[in-house]
Design a protein around this ligand. Structure first.
Ligand code: AMP
Length: 440
């Protein structure tokens, strides 16, 4: 049986990767059985201390590919923490990614004695400063806030043993690369470096050559393979009409096991309630519900007693149900990667699925971002009762925007301009050794 998220690959078991038992146990508890291609390639190398250039998008399982080796390595050499320092540094471009990586460290490191901090801008610095006071094993940070706290003397990087640069191309797009360079200058030259990027524009190739030492390059096919297997439709509709449009969709008897995604917990409750009032069996699943209530909702959905599960992104991670006939994005996700995760719920185990996305005027820019990362236009369904041509026009007009999404940026363009490419999961050419640094 292939991997549930990546059915085109048949891979080994997690326990074959050389991870220590507490990590294997944590991974198992998450329901992961087979490593994803990036995990299968990167983890054995990373735990040997080798530098890696990983060409992979979010959605390929890359977070675990770098957090698991960090947890293992730091655990193997337990040391006293030095105040205001960290032993591993993970730089990531957005607050959302930083939080997500922090959650992964908690999840995978739950049987280890591992201390981490997550810092990003836009919030007060006091709790972050206090968290760093005694030192941490791993610091997850966005570049601006990190530099800021370094300049104020709250954080030093001289104890860093492992450095991860996540989403390097996005750092470049968002104009963070100068900050990243300044940060890299403060790192010890004797360290392990793991660099991940979805695309490889020349500037990233050059930067990678500068900061990696004797590295292995691993290239994973974009997650768009999921998007290719799902039939997708966007429906341009005003927010006020979304609920009625959703109810209408359920006139289709083929829509027998659907997941509806909303951005907020409150939204999930509201949508589930309104469907229930129209005689459509629905249940909501989100972080405010108790574990037992979530379990009940999931079981009802699995058994077919509940036709619709209304979920937020975070809650949807635990949904492991095959034969989901439809996914509906009641709200367009503001992280384009979430779109790929969401629609992937209806194409598990090689099945084909259908995904509808409701797009109002404020969400057009989110849709455009999604189309960039899946590298295709989502076809519009204009035959429904609530089609709004004005929204379709905003979408069709290049450069024209709905309401600008907050703190977002596009991804870099071209794919695979690096020196060598390989099939999914493969690894190729060893990088240059410029003799600047000695291997441990
Ligand atoms: P990432 O690319 O790190 O954002 O991961 C994408 C999603 O895949 C996350 O929801 C992970 O929890 C999930 N995931 C990561 N590795 C595996 C695995 N080996 N098996 C199943 N799910 C996984």
């Amino acid at each position: 049986m292939g991997h549930p998220l990546f059915p085109f690959l048949y891979l080994n078991h997690f326990s074959d990767l050389g991870l220590i038992e507490p990590l294997n146990r944590a991974v198992k508890a998450e329901g992961y059985t087979t490593p994803t291609p990036i995990q299968a390639s990167a983890i054995p190398l990373a735990i040997r201390g080798i530098d890696i250039l990983g060409v992979a998008q979010t959605g390929t399982g890359k977070t675990a590919a770098f957090t698991l080796p960090i947890l293992q390595r730091l655990d193997a050499s337990l040391k006293h923490l030095v105040p205001n320092t960290t032993r591993a540094l993970i730089l990531t471009p957005t607050r959302e990614l930083a939080i997500q990586i922090g959650v992964s460290l908690d999840t995978y490191g739950k049987h280890l004695d591992h201390k981490h901090a997550v810092i990003f801008g836009g919030v007060g610095q006091a709790p972050q400063v206090s968290k760093m006071r005694r030192g941490v094993d791993t610091l997850v940070a966005t570049p601006g806030r990190l530099l800021d706290l370094m300049n104020q003397g709250h954080i030093r990087l001289d104890q860093v043993e492992v450095f991860v640069l996540d989403e390097a191309d996005r750092m470049l797009d968002m104009g963070f690369i100068h900050d990243v360079r300044k940060i890299v200058k403060k790192l010890p030259s004797r360290r392990q470096t793991l660099l991940f990027s979805a695309t490889m524009p020349d500037a990233i190739v050059k930067f990678a050559e500068d900061i990696l030492y004797d590295y292995e390059r691993i290239e994973i096919k974009p997650a768009a393979t999921t998007a290719d297997r799902v039939e997708q439709r966007v429906m341009f509709v005003q927010r006020a009409n979304k609920q009625q449009l959703l109810t209408d969709l359920f006139d289709d008897p083929l829509m027998d096991r659907a997941i509806v995604f909303t951005r907020t917990k409150h939204g999930a409750n509201k949508v589930a309630k309104s469907l229930g009032q129209c005689g459509i069996e629905a249940d909501a699943i989100h972080g405010n519900k108790s574990q037992s209530a979530r379990q009940r909702a999931l079981e009802g959905f699995r058994d077919g007693n509940v036709r619709v599960l209304v979920a937020t992104d975070i809650a949807s991670r635990g949904i492991d149900v095959d034969d989901v006939s439809h996914v509906v994005n009641f709200d367009i996700p503001n992280e384009p990667e979430s779109y790929v995760h969401r629609i992937g719920r209806t194409a598990r185990a090689g099945a084909e699925g259908m995904a509808y996305s409701f797009c109002d005027a404020d969400e057009v820019d989110y849709l455009k971002e999604i189309e960039k990362i899946i590298r295709q236009k989502v076809p519009a369904d204009i035959g429904h009762a609530f089609h709004d041509d004005r929204i379709a026009l905003i979408h069709a007009t290049p450069g024209k925007s709905g309401i600008k999404p907050k703190s977002r940026s596009g991804r870099g363009g071209g794919q695979g301009r690096g020196r060598s490419t390989s099939a999914a999961g493969g690894r190729s050419s060893s990088g240059s050794s410029n003799g600047r640094r000695r291997r441990r």
